[in-house]
Design a protein around this ligand. Structure first.
Ligand code: LUB
Length: 181
């Protein structure tokens, strides 16, 4: 139900997706869907939460590859760009966050999870001397998040994210060249 709702939210947005649409697509009754998600808002919240659930898993995977902290940050964002380009749950979460004012229930706060994660990694990077002396972890994290958000948004708006990987790697090449020691 969650994946089907995500596909519909990603394609049509919150307003133009009904619980009935989800039920029909899944092949369930509306009542059966309401058994899992009591309201349409609850369904949207679950999709946004599932969007964010990707990143701790991704962090563990990238950490396990043994990169330096600054390279872990870069690889995390590279992998996130690929996921934004392919995963309907991640795409739906991003669209729902853009439409948050239309959803009559509070969604998780956007952006701060990534900013905190990248600040932590870049603080580790600074300790081992991998961060440029003029750069603070907080500033670099804010700029990386703003850039990634903008790159994925423009790619989505203009090209349905078909070029997100290329656009992101161009942007992050500039950014990481400027934040590395
Ligand atoms: C990321 C989006 C789209 C931030 O973390 C978030 O909330 C995000 C959806 O709101 O990009 C950039 C890593």
């Amino acid at each position: 139900v969650l994946h089907t709702a995500a596909a519909l939210f990603a394609a049509r947005g919150y307003r133009d997706t009904s619980v009935k649409d989800v039920a029909d697509e899944v092949g369930m009754t509306k009542g059966a869907v309401y058994h899992h998600f009591p309201t349409k808002e609850a369904l949207a919240i679950a999709v946004v939460e599932a969007h964010y659930a990707h990143w701790p898993v991704l962090l563990e995977e990238v950490r396990a590859e043994g990169f330096s902290a600054i390279d872990t940050a870069m690889k995390m964002l590279d992998r996130a760009a690929d996921v934004f380009g392919s995963d309907p749950v991640v795409q739906a979460g991003a669209r729902l966050q853009l439409e948050r004012s239309l959803i009559g229930a509070p969604l998780p706060t956007p952006y701060t999870g990534w900013t905190d994660l990248l600040t932590q990694l870049l603080t580790e990077a600074r300790i081992v001397g991998d961060l440029h002396e003029d750069v603070t972890p907080e500033q670099a994290a804010q700029t990386l998040v703003a850039t990634f958000f903008g790159v994925q948004h423009i790619s989505d708006t203009l090209h349905a994210r078909a070029d997100i990987a290329v656009r992101w790697r161009e942007a992050r090449a500039l950014l990481f060249r400027s934040i590395r020691a």
